[in-house]
Design a protein around this ligand. Structure first.
Ligand SMILES: Cc1cc2nc3c(=O)[nH]c(=O)nc-3n(C[C@H](O)[C@H](O)[C@H](O)COP(=O)(O)OP(=O)(O)OC[C@H]3O[C@@H](n4cnc5c(N)ncnc54)[C@H](O)[C@@H]3O)c2cc1C
Length: 380
């Protein structure tokens, strides 16, 4: 592993830094509200116009053709500049890698540029009232209707992040009515404006309306609603397609080290302003953990560049960053003491960090995966 950046990579970093310094807006309202989401979509389109929306994608689908290393550099610069949260993240960082892996040419040509340009805004429709950690318990159904050429959808999804503001949903549906558990599921691409689809936004504990429930009542999904088809991968093979998405969600793309290194740097600044001898060692330890995550990611990218695939190791990755996020923000609140309640960004960051061990697979489930699949421990 060579940890030195090439002159081209340094030039890429400089270009990103200068562009972000000149263009990244500060102080946007939360993208998890209707008003804030619209403002963030404008920002996403600005990123796209300057070809920064999805830097590692090929140029013909809206990217910059950058390497994974350059993507990491861009992420570092993005968080360093304190640029806005990415409201397109569930499309660009979760669905898109799966479209590259499983999509046909027509699907890729249609979905990816519209996603990068924030024309179509995607949300993740996996969880249901009785299917969270136990995702294989999905009961939303898609029934084949050959006469009309499409699928009839029934059921309910929940905890759909920003679902009330999105245009499309990627979801798991049971397409074989006689199947159980991991078999007979399909990964469907669903426009949310179909008749029979009701999206009901609801609030989070922090007050934002970031979640939605999505109800399907005999909603007809025509095969041609998406050029190339509405099924991603094979009919009935939805579980393995979904596992590719979880690899991105828990592994490389959803939470890059740049995010945590930027927070660790802000924490050091705070410590300099409000030195606390009691907390110094814990802050140094948290900073080192953020650096360790960077090293782990560089190792993962090196392996991916050499042709390896993201496997169950992504579980450890997600446990690491979610616990690190709580640690960094918790330390900031400790440093701020009684003033913490007055500090909006740190308090909100801490509140959101608490959800990290829940979304993208709870940390208990991920510890089970690591125990069984990486360490080879028995299930019981
Ligand atoms: C901020 C946030 C955003 C989200 N966004 C989305 C989204 O966009 N789309 C989407 O589909 N979902 C989303 N979710 C939902 C998320 O995927 C689920 O909350 C998660 O999978 C857990 O499911 P659950 O809430 O039903 O909890 P449960 O599965 O009921 O779990 C409850 C508790 O029991 C534990 N538990 C359950 N089974 C086991 C076991 N076998 N061994 C040990 N412990 C176990 C869990 O770890 C957890 O602590 C989001 C959640 C959050 C918090």
């Amino acid at each position: 592993m060579d940890l030195t950046w090439t002159p081209e990579e340094d030039a890429f970093r400089l270009e990103a830094r200068e562009w972000l310094a000149a263009n990244a807006p500060g102080g946007l309202p939360s993208g998890d509200t209707a008003e804030g989401f619209a403002v963030h979509v404008d920002w996403e389109r600005t990123l796209f116009d300057a070809r920064w929306a999805a830097v590692s994608w090929p140029t013909d689908v809206g990217g910059r053709g950058a390497s994974l290393w350059e993507w990491l550099i861009f992420e570092e610069e993005y968080y360093r500049a304190r640029a806005p949260q990415r409201v397109t993240q569930n499309g660009i960082f979760l669905l898109a890698p799966t479209v590259f892996e499983y999509g046909n040419a027509a699907q890729q040509a249609h979905i990816l540029p519209r996603m990068a340009g924030a024309v179509d805004l995607w949300c993740q429709g996996w969880s249901e009232p009785d299917a969270g950690s136990d995702l294989a318990n999905v009961s939303s159904k898609a029934t084949r209707d050959d006469e009309r050429g499409g699928w009839v959808l029934n059921g309910q999804k929940t905890w759909t992040t920003r679902g009330a503001f999105c245009t499309h949903l990627f979801g798991l549906f049971r397409t074989d009515p006689d199947s159980a558990r991991h078999r007979g599921l399909s990964y469907l691409l669903v426009p949310l404006d179909l008749e029979g689809v009701t999206v009901r936004g609801f609030g989070r504990l922090d007050g934002d309306e970031g979640f939605a429930e999505v109800f399907f009542d005999d909603a007809f999904l025509p095969d041609d609603a998406i050029p190339g088809g509405v099924v991603l991968g094979e009919v009935g093979a939805g579980w393995s397609v979904a596992m590719a998405t979880t690899g991105s969600e828990r592994g490389l793309t959803l939470r890059s080290p740049g995010r945590f290194r930027a927070v660790a740097a802000q924490l050091l600044d705070l410590q300099r302003k409000r030195p606390d001898p009691e907390l110094r060692h814990r802050i140094a330890r948290a900073w080192m953990r953020a650096e360790a995550y960077q090293s782990f990611t560089l190792q993962a990218v090196t392996a991916l560049a050499a042709g390896a695939e993201a496997g169950p190791e992504s579980s450890i990755n997600k446990i690491w960053w979610s616990e690190l996020d709580i640690e960094l923000h918790g330390l900031a609140l400790d440093l701020l003491g009684d003033d913490a309640e007055l500090d909006g960004p740190w308090t909100r960051g801490w509140q959101f960090s608490l959800s990290g061990p829940i979304y993208a697979g709870t940390n208990e489930i991920l510890r089970n995966i690591a125990a069984e699949r990486l360490l080879g421990l028995p299930r019981k």
